[in-house]
Design a protein around this ligand. Structure first.
Ligand code: SF4
Length: 354
């Protein structure tokens, strides 16, 4: 807000204009200065001279048979990022992206096949929430109840914009959502997890674990080579001690790779040390034609094996649940975001300068 107040003062406008401008920028995600209808024309012209407005544009949406809606957002510089609206009987969740592409090359993930182009700025992250919230109102007559930073990219490699966007989403003069309704999911960068604790992050933290031994995790998540499970465990224990918050482990079940009861035992050992609960996630094949052993070649664990895995964890005192995949038919499920429709998008009109 301070920067907006300063801008308004610099342009010689009355202080109350700052609140109006703030709301257009951060609550309504205005696409142009012209749209800010309660601001004087001369003021809008001054703003257009002085400032770049770079909102995301909802370029395309696809609705799944289960009600999930995948959105392709076009950025001001012509790139596409994806976000997903996930309806369940109790929640309306927005899964949002933090980067265009990703540098981490996790082998089960379609985004990992795209190279990282750039970080999204805080406004672009908030815009996804505002635009997906509009869809929630349109399709389900309700506001979003939850936000997960689990779309494209690694949020902790875009730390400043992740923190800034979460602040805007939770600020009473921003979107006013409760911090407990926001979850940031990381592939595991130990020093940034410690930083989250030191910076007093109030949102929930999830770690994409997916394997509980370094030997296996190295094979599917190259980031593990520099952030071993021991380093992560130390960082997570620091985080839970400083914040008093629990963490969640996300664990995609991959048939024949990490879904045996021996794997479950390793997971119990690791999760018990951190006091984490576990979300077991159904795998969504990203390339059914992939050669065995290569990226995208994993198979989904059979339902009964997934249930047995979950019961094993529960019997050992670990809180676990199976998260059903949503939006699989439109490639909107976990690990499937990969801008498959990008070539079909029309050249987005640049609403802004720049
Ligand atoms: S799982 Fe997350 S961190 Fe890994 S490649 Fe996909 S988007 Fe990047």
């Amino acid at each position: 807000m301070e920067e907006v107040q300063k801008l308004v003062a610099d342009l010689g406008e009355k202080p109350y204009r700052a609140k109006q401008l703030w709301e257009w920028l951060w609550k309504k995600s205005a696409h142009s200065w012209e749209a800010m209808s309660d601001l004087p024309k001369a003021f809008r012209a001054q703003l257009a001279e002085r400032t770049l407005l770079r909102p995301l544009v909802l370029a395309e949406q696809q609705k799944s048979t289960d009600g999930t809606i995948k959105c392709a957002f076009k950025t001001w510089d012509g790139h596409v990022v994806e976000g997903v609206l996930i309806p369940t009987p109790t929640r309306l969740t927005a899964c949002i992206s933090s980067q265009i592409g990703c540098s981490l090359t996790c082998t089960f993930c379609a985004t990992g096949k795209l190279k990282r182009i750039r970080n999204l700025d805080a406004q672009e992250i908030v815009d996804q929430v505002v635009l997906i919230n509009k869809l929630a109102q349109e399709h389900y007559q309700q506001d979003l109840s939850n936000i997960v930073y689990m779309g494209m990219g690694e949020p902790l490699l875009n730390y400043a914009n992740t923190m800034r966007s979460a602040e805007r989403i939770t600020a009473p003069d921003g979107l006013g959502m409760g911090a407990r309704r926001i979850t940031v999911s990381t592939a595991g960068i130990a020093k940034m997890i410690r930083k989250l604790a030191d910076d007093g992050a109030r949102f929930n933290l999830a770690l994409s674990l997916h394997a509980a031994t370094d030997h296996k995790r190295d094979r599917i998540m190259p980031i593990n080579e520099e952030n071993s499970l021991l380093d992560l465990k130390d960082a997570l224990r620091y985080y839970t001690r400083v914040t008093g918050k629990e963490v969640t482990f996300e664990y995609i079940l991959l048939r024949g790779f990490n879904d045996s009861l021996a794997d479950a035992q390793e997971l119990v050992r690791y999760a018990s040390d951190v006091h984490a609960k576990v979300n077991l996630i159904e795998y969504n094949p990203i390339d059914p034609t992939a050669t065995p052993g290569t990226t995208g070649s994993f198979q989904r664990t059979a339902n009964e094996d997934a249930v047995a895995f979950m019961y094993f964890l529960e019997n050992k005192g670990i809180v676990a649940r199976i998260r059903q995949s949503r939006g699989r038919d439109i490639d909107a499920a976990c690990g499937q975001l990969a801008n498959k429709n990008e070539p079909a998008l029309k050249e987005g009109e640049r609403v802004m300068k720049g």
